[in-house]
Design a protein. Sequence first.
Length: 193
Amino acid sequence: MSDEHKQRLHRYLAKTREAMIWKTEGLSEYDVRRPLTRTGTNLLGLVKHLSIGEAWYFGDVFGRPFEPHLPWWDDDAPEGADLWVTESESREDVIGTYRAAIAHADETIRVLDLNTPGRVPWWSEPDVTLQQVLVHVLAETSRHAGHADILREQLDGATGFRSDNLNQEQHDEQWWADHRAQVEAAARAAGSG
């Protein structure tokens, strides 16, 4: 694989990371932290979770530990501690940790070749390359960015990769109400048939 391939994957990851951070902006402390699904999924918790993913996958896996140590995945950490934010953890600290983990990951990506070996001991096939890890983290970050997009839309209707929302057509509330009614009618018709 070429350096151009690595740069392309890295750009996709950078864009998705930026979207994750944007999803937390402009919301109250309550809204950025509150559980919006049965399992407690929340915006700031997703960012916290991605922080540890960046730190582990681009740190320990390649013998480049991230500092400071993030305890959320330690054996004695409460279950799911990486997926929600306590009242004593500030939004600034969580975002700052994510940015620091990203900077550390970016340096790993910059200095290592795609075929550099690493080890993910919790995987069934633990011997990996930077390319495999880069694709994995891009997929995970994209997955969680999709979660974040839905959560943010529930809160204030904001969707997309950026606050200017250029990747979705702009419509007024009536258009969206009519669209939802059309989708609902189709679902009901299919459900009754």
